[in-house]
Design a protein. Structure first.
Lengths: 429, 205
């Protein structure tokens, strides 16, 4: 059977034009998707049944048993942490927030270790952004700052930016100027018109220098700023000022290097400065398929986008204190429920070590590095493959992911609902 | 002293030497009869096949430009080495040089281009930049140009199973847009030049 317009749930691009050939419970062919999309659908090796750690290894348990034990762990915990959420759909995320509220937990999503600083900057100075459709149809200058879309979001350039024919840019790549800013020559830089190679940690200085040039204060710029010559900075500033419509996309090179959210704030203020000359927009390159969705769901349910602490009975948000890494690093957390993510592979060693010490339950379709730190691993459906649900693209557009096959796993929203019901029953609703 | 100065002038300030020194002339440059001239237009209309540019071994010697009357090949004489390959390669007989064009027409010889698209699957990320950028693909399927997806089997190449798959190599015009659009260097276009001879039909008796 051939399915059209399938949404790839892997990265923040959420390409919704895939053509899949499906045989029974297997995807046999993926058309139009990049190699990441192909691997997402084709190499989908699941954990067959829930498992529990024993003193010597693992034992298989039933779903009911796994749900009961998870509920007991969460019920008995003083400071539970519910972390992850970014690879599942909004429906599961909202049940997660209900659980957090019910048990007074801290709920955090993966943006805490990726675009959290972008959110902090946006909370300070706002987000002059737009949808990717606007960029595709209007932008004639594209800036990739501290990101490498060719490896992380392979279709970003062909689907939304550089190479796609736009309504107002019919000659696509000939009319568009691509500027890449990074600390090393990455693959995207190979096809850029301008490549600014700066010294690590120089983002803030380079952004400030560009702001000064755009303001007409180029005389105060030294000969070199973080390894980039003044001439190149002036040239780039002029390209930006003469653009009809410019779009800046930034990645973790900006958010997770020295300066963190101040870098992003500076980038947004550069966008503001450029918008006095022409139209400029800025957007983060969100990683997980539905990480934007987890921010959206958390925000409309609690008022805060990540790192929400319900210990006081009300939502409390203080990044640096209520963020997952900090709670784990301080050893505060005494039980963790990890959903649809892999902190074992991405967290600092001390935080991962604490996860291994406390009872950790993982709800994820695949065996990953966090399985090695967990007490229980409950396999579930993978959103966008064998479960339908809503996800938010990196520009904030909600897209309904399709269910393309049936593999007989329970939906993670369903598992979480059962945990929630059990907690309600035992703790009194 | 005085005697030796007179002797010196007598010996060396000879009138014919001075005349020769002042009025010396280099022989005028004459193109030998066995040299062919620079390519010249024959007056036929250029079809913008660009074979001349592709075959030219001298960098910057020929470029096809667009003026008010349409496309024309422009020869930069400082770069041209007068090899005559452009005359031989042009499928439409736009250029002539010496007797190359007549010989070519008489003997039915031609230089033909074909293109091979080579894809390194190890390097290909399936990003679709090449098939979206390809000007031939854009004409065949507007959807391909608009966002890199296509269900059309008429395109030169498209992304299938996470990699680029070449469907119609024969439609490639060798422009190499894909090559410069590929960030990982996974796609390479080889231009293959082959000499052909189509025997001219002798008039039936």
């Amino acid at each position: 059977m051939i399915l059209n317009d399938v949404v790839c749930p892997f990265c923040g691009c959420l390409c919704d034009d895939l053509e899949l050939e499906v045989e029974g419970d297997r995807v046999v062919r993926v058309q139009n998707g990049c190699s990441l999309a192909e691997a997402t659908f084709m190499n989908d090796t699941r954990l067959p049944a829930p498992i529990r750690r024993t003193t010597t290894g693992w034992e298989k348990i039933s779903y009911d048993e796994a749900i009961k034990e998870t509920a007991d762990i969460l019920k008995d915990a003083d400071r539970p942490l519910l972390y992850g959420w970014s690879s599942t759909h909004g429906e599961a995320q909202s049940v997660g927030v209900h659980i957090a509220e019910r048990i007074g937990a801290v709920i955090d999503n993966t943006s805490t270790v990726c675009h959290g600083p972008s959110i902090l900057a946006i909370q300070e100075v706002g987000h002059p952004g737009c949808t990717l459709g606007q960029v595709k149809n209007r932008a004639d200058v594209i800036i990739y700052w501290g990101c490498n879309p060719i490896e992380a979001h392979p279709r970003h350039m062909s689907r939304y930016t550089t190479f796609a024919t736009g309504f107002f840019v019919p000659d696509a790549q000939r009319e568009r100027t691509v500027i890449v800013v990074d600390t090393r020559r990455n693959d995207t830089a190979n096809i850029a018109d301008e490549f600014l190679q700066m010294e690590p940690g120089g983002d803030y200085a380079v952004l400030s220098a560009l702001r000064a040039i755009v303001r007409g204060k180029e005389s105060i710029i030294p000969k070199k700023v973080a390894g980039i010559s003044k001439e190149q900075l002036i040239r780039v500033a002029n390209i930006c000022k003469n653009a009809k419509f410019g779009a800046i996309f930034f990645g973790l090179g900006l958010t997770m290097s020295r300066g963190k959210y101040k870098n992003v704030r500076n980038a947004i203020e550069l966008t503001d400065e450029l918008s006095r000359h022409t139209k400029f927009v800025i957007s983060p390159m969100r990683g997980h398929g539905n990480v934007y969705g987890s921010n959206e769901v958390f925000t409309w349910m609690t008022g805060y986008p990540f790192a929400v602490d319900f210990a006081r009975g009300i939502a409390f948000y203080n990044p640096g204190e209520t963020t997952a890494v900090d709670i784990l690093r301080r050893g505060e957390c005494d039980a963790a429920l990890i959903v649809a993510s892999d902190p074992g592979a991405n967290f600092p060693r001390v935080a991962a070590a604490h996860l291994a010490k406390i009872p950790t339950v993982l709800i994820d379709p695949h065996v990953n590095a966090t399985t090695a730190l967990s007490r229980i691993h409950i396999p579930c459906t993978a959103a966008g493959i064998d479960a339908a649900g809503t996800a938010y693209r990196m520009d904030g557009v909600p897209i309904r992911m399709k269910k393309v096959i049936e593999r007989g796993y329970p939906d993670d929203a369903e598992i979480l609902k059962k945990i929630y019901d059990r907690l309600n029953g035992e703790m009194g609703s | 002293m005085g005697q030796s100065l007179i002797w010196y002038l007598k010996e060396f300030a000879r009138i014919e030497w001075i005349k020769k020194f002042l009025f010396a002339k280099t022989a005028p440059l004459v193109t030998p009869s066995y040299f062919r001239g620079f390519p010249e237009p024959t007056g036929k209309i250029c079809q913008n096949a660009l074979f001349c540019m592709m075959v030219c071994p001298a960098p910057g010697a020929i470029e096809v430009v667009h003026d008010e009357d349409g496309w024309i090949p422009r020869i930069h004489k400082g770069h041209c080495i007068r090899c005559g390959f452009c005359v031989e390669a042009c499928p439409n007989g736009i250029l002539k040089s010496g007797r190359i064009l007549e010989t070519k027409e008489r003997e039915g010889t031609s230089l033909l281009f074909s293109f091979r698209i080579a894809i390194d699957l190890e390097l290909c990320t399936g990003c679709g930049n090449c098939c979206t950028a390809c000007p031939v693909n854009k004409v065949i399927d507007a959807q391909m140009g608009a966002g890199g997806h296509s269900s059309n089997d008429e395109v030169i190449m498209r992304v299938q199973e996470g990699d680029i798959v070449v469907i119609h190599e024969d439609k490639c015009t060798g422009c190499k847009t894909c090559e410069v659009s590929c960030p990982t260097g996974a796609i390479r276009i080889a231009r293959i030049l082959e000499g052909y001879q189509q025997p001219v039909q002798e008039e039936s008796q």
